[in-house]
Design a protein around this ligand. Sequence first.
Ligand SMILES: Nc1ncnc2c1ncn2[C@@H]1O[C@H](COP(=O)(O)OP(=O)(O)OP(=O)(O)O)[C@@H](O)[C@H]1O
Ligand SMILES: [Mg+2]
Length: 245
Amino acid sequence: MLKLEKVKKYFGGIKAVDGCSFAIAPKKITALIGPNGSGKTTIFNLISGILKCDSGRIFLGDKNITNLSPHKISNLGLSRVFQQAHLFDNLSIEENMSIAIDNEDMKFVKNLLGLNRISKEKKQKIKEALNKVGLEKSPQHLCGELSYGQKRLVELARAIINPHRLLILDEPVAGVNPKLREKIIKILKDLEKAGETVLLIEHDMNFTFSVANRIVVMDAGQVIAEGTPANIKNNKQVLEAYLGD
Ligand SMILES: Nc1ncnc2c1ncn2[C@@H]1O[C@H](COP(=O)(O)OP(=O)(O)OP(=O)(O)O)[C@@H](O)[C@H]1O
Ligand SMILES: [Mg+2]
């Protein structure tokens, strides 16, 4: 579903991503883990086209998406939740979702014509996506009034509503309370059952080991291990990367 071949990205002397190759299987949840600064978010920025690779290739399905624009890659089926929140606090849940559905050209035209009312059909679509994260009851709620964890749920719903083949989530439960973490595990498991393919970055090992089928471990810009949660838990190189020297 997604394949990286010897992908490289340096920032001056910093080898953020240094020849990474890995592939993720369809209809599974894969976790990308590694210590702070190991290159995980940079990988996401390369996959989504926000950053250009110095070298190497990235495939989404059989399409070579290396260095295409973020807009093109999104249209080819990539949907993303960012490490930092990206919601408009002064808009309602529904309005934030609505913005995700419109593409850039439509947004411009609608604003120009003052046609920003949300259609019935769109409301229904939004409701279905919110249903998947358990937020369907109060679509009119202002995002600014939501808890941090609830905002993450809106962001997840927004990634889901955007037509996609692959969902990439950068630290979906960082800063989220334990109860809501459990809920997000359930939501992701349900998405997997429904046939979604997910790649996520996460530091919380309990979460990662309970949600992922496969784990890719990075350290200093390189993939140092790959396998099932059970393999990874007992991998000496992984333990060393985390415990440091
Ligand atoms: N735009 C940039 N300019 C310069 N250096 C950068 C840039 N983005 C990332 N880096 C550096 O590249 C390295 C990898 O950063 P990245 O954000 O990919 O790590 P990460 O694995 O996501 O870390 P974390 O777990 O803390 O989110 C770090 O040394 C970081 O400081
Ligand atoms: Mg990061």
